[in-house]
Ligand binder design. Structure first.
Ligand code: GLN
Length: 488
């Protein structure tokens, strides 16, 4: 029974479908694991065990009666706390939405329900997805399953810790500037940010609408490709979704490295930790040995990605978060009767420090007299970054970089210095600015036994190729990672 939790997503899917495992058995094993280790890992903000078991039993009944909804019926999946599920709290790990119960399902949730997945809400995150460590959650800091003195990354840290801690095989997160890829990298699992427009954002609480995408985490590559196929597609409720080139996981094949052009970066220009640097070079050498052609790319524009991202993301968040005013949603502070006081007191009490900082930054850069100098300029630089990627993909098939400059850092290590925390997003934010898809793949462990991750990027709507490369990479010996059985 105990070992069930260490199965990969594909093994689970196979065993459920051949009838050697019931959803109830599986879900009970995960609940047992969660009860045993989540007091240390703090991935879950809430767990309604009865409701979860009920879904599993319903799935088993459907199977008995020959009424299966799909080949995924009965598979458990974790949900980040910013994705709306009817009748569940969606708090975005914020006090302002502490008691907000969603009246509707996000499109991705309807899709999962239609296929019979067993939903496990709610996974911890940085408040409103602003952060890289989950330390900005108003409720708790999640911990890294490889070392519980360290952070799991963020903002989807709960979603990553749940999978890496073998509390679930797959989960959903959201990625605005790296929030799926960076925690996937720090936790030794796979995490995909799809092309902007691939997956509907309807029912995802908006942080920065022109950058946000929902995407999957998984303990193997097949979980990523299955979920991408299920989640993707045009949606009349999200006008930015596209019907271009629908992704089909069955048509995705491993890619032979021979003759493929891999875009690489000069590591000397970046402040990578020695272990991350060494592993990256080792992987490049291995791929070269397999016949790939390494093409050095000029990433000098990357140095603008951080300021451009933090200007655009904060500008959009200051506008998106203005709806949380104490009147329409969530927390309301009763005041003397003046409307302005109600707004300001509700927002002062409901938002955490980092969210306030970003709302202020965004409001400032959008204000008259500063708009052109900051927000306008950032938009122009964003166009250049997007063009740069288009140029890259004229000459290379895929770009390969580390996902994060370092492995997981200690809880509290970077909280005093937000700029230092922002700088860790150097390799992920430009991908969101360009709108292209990217995946973080496990790449072995560093000397402290902490996971290293590498990021693969292709051009818009080219996930077929992207996941093919990722699958090939997952076969390399130096990329193997076993998830921890004991949580220390
Ligand atoms: N770390 C980045 C930030 O703090 C990215 C967050 C995200 O992708 N949601 O904004």
């Amino acid at each position: 029974m105990k070992d069930l939790i260490f199965l990969t997503y594909s093994e689970i899917k196979k065993r459920l479908n051949e009838g050697s495992l019931s959803s109830e058995e599986l879900v009970s094993a995960y609940l047992e694991r969660i009860n045993a280790v989540d007091s240390k890992l703090k991935a879950f903000l809430e767990l309604n065990q009865e409701k979860i078991l009920k879904q599993a039993k319903e799935s088993d009944d459907r199977r008995k009666n020959g009424k299966l909804l799909s080949e995924f019926d009965g598979i458990p999946i974790g949900i980040k706390d910013n994705i709306c599920i009817t009748g569940e709290v969606t708090s975005c790990s914020s006090k302002i939405l502490e008691n907000f119960v969603s009246p509707y399902d996000a499109t991705v949730i309807s899709k999962l329900k239609d296929k019979g997945f067993v939903l496990f809400p709610r996974l911890n995150m940085d408040e409103f997805a602003m952060g890289s460590s989950t330390e900005n959650s108003a409720y708790q800091t999640s911990k890294n399953p490889f070392d519980s003195d360290r952070i799991p990354g963020g903002s989807s840290g709960g979603s990553a810790a749940a999978v890496a801690g073998s509390m679930l095989p797959i989960s959903l997160g959201s990625d605005t500037g790296g929030s799926i890829r960076q925690p996937a990298s720090l936790c030794g699992i796979w995490g995909l940010k799809p092309t902007y427009g691939r997956v509907s954002r309807y029912g995802l609480v908006a942080y920065a609408s022109s950058l946000d995408q929902i995407g999957p985490f998984s303990n193997d590559m097949d979980g990523i490709s299955d979920l991408l196929e299920i989640l993707s597609g045009i949606d009349s409720k999200d006008q930015t979704t596209s019907k271009v080139n629908q992704f089909e996981s069955k048509s995705m094949n491993e890619i032979d490295w021979k003759g493929k052009k891999i875009g690489i970066m000069k590591t000397e220009d970046f402040n990578f930790s020695p272990d991350v640097n060494a592993r990256y070079l080792e992987i490049l050498k291995t791929l070269e040995g397999k016949g790939a052609e390494l093409v050095p790319l000029d990433f000098s524009l990357l140095k603008y990605a951080i300021p451009v991202y933090y200007l655009i993301a904060t500008a959009e968040c200051s506008s998106n978060l203005s709806r949380f005013d104490g009147i329409r949603y969530g927390l309301r502070k009763e005041t003397s009767g003046k409307l302005d006081d109600l707004y300001s007191e509700s927002r002062s009490a409901g938002f955490g420090k980092e969210v306030k900082r970003r709302i202020l930054l965004g409001t400032f850069s959008l204000s008259s007299g500063y708009y052109d100098a900051y927000y306008g300029k950032a938009q122009k630089a964003r166009v250049l970054i997007r063009k740069q990627y288009a140029e890259f993909f004229k000459t290379v098939d895929v770009i390969l970089q580390p996902t994060s400059p370092t492995t997981a850092f200690k809880v509290g290590e970077k909280t005093k210095d937000p700029i230092q925390m922002y700088q860790a997003d150097i390799l992920t934010t430009s991908v969101n600015l360009a709108g292209v898809p990217a995946i973080s793949c496990p790449a072995g462990l560093d000397q402290n036994g902490l996971p290293i991750g590498v990021q693969l990027t292709t051009s818009h709507f080219d996930e077929n190729k992207l996941l093919g490369f990722a699958k090939s990479l997952s076969k390399l010996d130096i990329c193997q990672i076993s998830l921890p059985k004991e949580i220390k």
